[in-house]
Design a protein around this ligand. Structure first.
Ligand code: FO1
Length: 323
């Protein structure tokens, strides 16, 4: 079976690790998983290209993630950033650990040598053992893109990098809109559109619907490929009981004037979504198109067992819709 997923960072990575475990527990394998990662969160810091969602997926699937945080490396130290701070080098609001910096140095070096983000991601994924897991990790585009957030400060509109809004401002300053710099020159990375068109099942993990999955959907051809694929498209609501499972998805949805609810998120996917998982807390209030098949089950990824159960339910629903 060929499964394709669109993913952002922490929530997406945890869901996909659960899906990989679930696939391994089935006796109808082998199964191939292609992950299309958001690269709108990417940022250049200290001369290095950082790709948070790609790295979170690499570390989570490869066994190197800081489990408590959900991003960055386990057993991390911050000697290099401490040295930069001693020189007064900014910014210091973005924490870059020494182990994590190894990834950014390798990425930046290979990019400077002329390799594409797809080629670089493939090399990074090899170190983390993704091919052995039959996982292919693709950046959504090889173009240099960055999500910026337009905010109003001192009666003036200003665009700040997504990471500055997310981390330094804690998304507390209302976003007026999101702009993806570089997207006008972007095309889907090699393999992205084909992975959607030729999949048996397409899954949308509980990633941020605006600044993660929403950005992937803006890459030319992606939305059309989802509308056109014969594979069922099944998603997992990132909103549970009126709020995001983690992160600031509520602030992102408000910027788009979309209700902070599973119904609101499903409305963003309405032209291609076939199946939708919601939490029991939201089942009664859910409203969506009659053609959308909705199932409810607890959606908090508290531990491996609950995460695997969510992934299994998403896959089961997709396979039911395929039959
Ligand atoms: N998130 C934070 O809240 N604070 C940080 O200092 C931080 C550093 C960081 C470094 C590398 C990395 O791959 C991710 C990092 N994140 C940090 C997470 C990241 O900002 C966001 O959670 C994602 O971009 C949103 O998906």
């Amino acid at each position: 079976m060929r499964i394709t997923a669109l993913a952002g960072g922490v929530g997406g990575a945890r869901f996909l690790r659960g899906l990989r475990r679930h696939l391994d527990s089935r006796d109808d394998g082998p199964h191939d998983l292609t992950i299309i990662a958001n690269t709108g969160d990417d940022i250049t810091l200290f001369g290095l290209r950082v790709s948070p969602d790609v790295d979170t997926l690499l570390y989570t699937l490869g066994g190197g993630i800081h489990e408590g945080q959900g991003w960055g490396r386990a057993d991390e130290t911050f000697a290099l950033q401490g040295e930069l701070a001693a020189y007064g080098v900014e910014p210091q609001w973005f924490g870059l650990g020494d182990r994590d910096l190894g990834t950014h140095v390798a990425r930046s070096m290979w990019l400077a040598q002329g390799q594409s983000p797809s080629q670089v991601t493939e090399r990074l994924a090899a170190r983390w053992g993704l091919p052995e897991q039959r996982v292919q990790l693709l950046p959504m585009t090889d173009a240099f893109v960055e999500t910026h957030v337009v905010v109003e400060q001192d009666d003036q509109q200003q665009a700040v990098h997504f990471q500055e809004w997310w981390i330094r401002m804690q998304a507390a300053v209302p976003a007026q809109r999101f702009v993806v710099a570089g997207l006008d020159r972007a095309s889907a990375a090699p393999g992205v559109l084909d992975a959607i068109r030729s999949a048996d099942v397409v899954l949308l993990p509980p990633s941020n619907p605006v600044v993660s999955i929403g950005i992937i959907l803006l890459v030319p051809g992606v939305r059309d490929a989802l509308r056109g694929t014969s594979a069922p498209v099944v998603g997992v609501s990132p909103i549970v009981g009126g709020g995001p499972v983690r992160g600031h998805a509520d602030a992102c949805l408000k910027a788009l004037d979309v209700e902070v609810s599973p119904s609101g998120v499903a409305s963003l996917y309405r032209d291609f979504l076939d199946g939708w998982l919601v939490d029991p807390a939201d089942a009664a209030s859910f409203s969506g198109p009659a053609a959308l098949t909705v199932r409810d089950l607890p959606l908090l990824m508290k531990d491996a067992a609950s995460t695997d159960a969510i992934a299994a339910a998403a896959l089961d629903l997709a396979l039911t819709l395929r039959a």
